[in-house]
Design a protein. Structure first.
Lengths: 117, 110
């Protein structure tokens, strides 16, 4: 089945550090990628949607200058949390979807646990 | 506003005790309803897509059904390894992101 690889799986860093998370589709071309944030025992909250070669579309309340998204190729998207603070600590999950053939499902990476000290 | 509501929030079953999880939705136009399984510390794993009322899909002990207002995930004779959070999501437009429910946390006790 479709595989989405997310790296790193776990990050601990000091406040003020910028952290980059990579999301790769391994066996399909991801025309659209999505970034989610998930708090404990909560569902996934969509942060932004990105299409290859275009600027990302951010959900209301998500700071685009704080969470930089780059989708430079059909297999790679990155999320950079700039000048991270403790309140940015969370579980970040990327998702990718291929071409819109009969509503292909979104496939998810295994998430990145971000802890800011 | 498109909404997805899952119930119950948590469910505890004995091994072998069959049950159903519910996902009710209110959307402007359903293009697809999706079920995912999420284990702690992992991303959601795709299970099923349902497109139209009356459709059913099965995978091992799981069976998903769809009506015009809700979907059920039936679990037959569950095993402890079926313990996970089950997420329901809908897609309502072309290349739009999924709208997720809050999930049902299932625990199957041996």
């Amino acid at each position: 089945g479709a595989v989405v690889s997310q790296h790193p799986s776990w990050v601990i860093c000091k406040s003020g550090t910028s952290v980059k998370i990579e999301c790769r589709s391994l066996d399909f071309q991801a025309t659209t990628m999505f970034w989610y944030r998930q708090f404990p025992k909560q569902s996934l909250m969509l942060m932004a949607t990105s299409n290859e070669g275009s600027k990302a579309t951010y959900e209301q309340g998500v700071e685009k200058d704080k969470f930089l998204i780059n989708h430079a190729s059909l297999t790679l998207s990155t999320l950079t949390v700039t000048s991270a603070h403790p309140e940015d600590s969370s579980f970040y999950i990327c998702s990718a979807r291929g071409e819109q053939v009969r509503n292909q499902p979104q496939h998810f990476g295994d998430g990145t646990r971000l802890s800011i000290l | 506003e498109d909404q997805v509501t899952q119930s119950p929030e948590a469910l505890r079953l004995q091994e072998g005790e069959s049950s159903s999880l519910n996902c009710s939705y209110t959307v402007s136009g359903l293009r697809g309803l999706f079920w995912y399984r999420q284990d702690p510390g992992k991303g959601p794993e795709f299970l099923f897509t349902l497109y139209s009322a009356g459709e059913e899909k099965e995978k091992e002990r799981l069976k998903a059904t769809l009506t015009k207002k809700e979907s059920f995930l039936h679990i037959t004779a569950p095993k402890p390894e079926d313990s996970a959070t089950y997420l329901c999501a809908v897609q309502v437009g072309g290349n739009t992101p999924l709208v997720f429910g809050k999930g049902t946390r299932l625990s199957v006790i041996a």
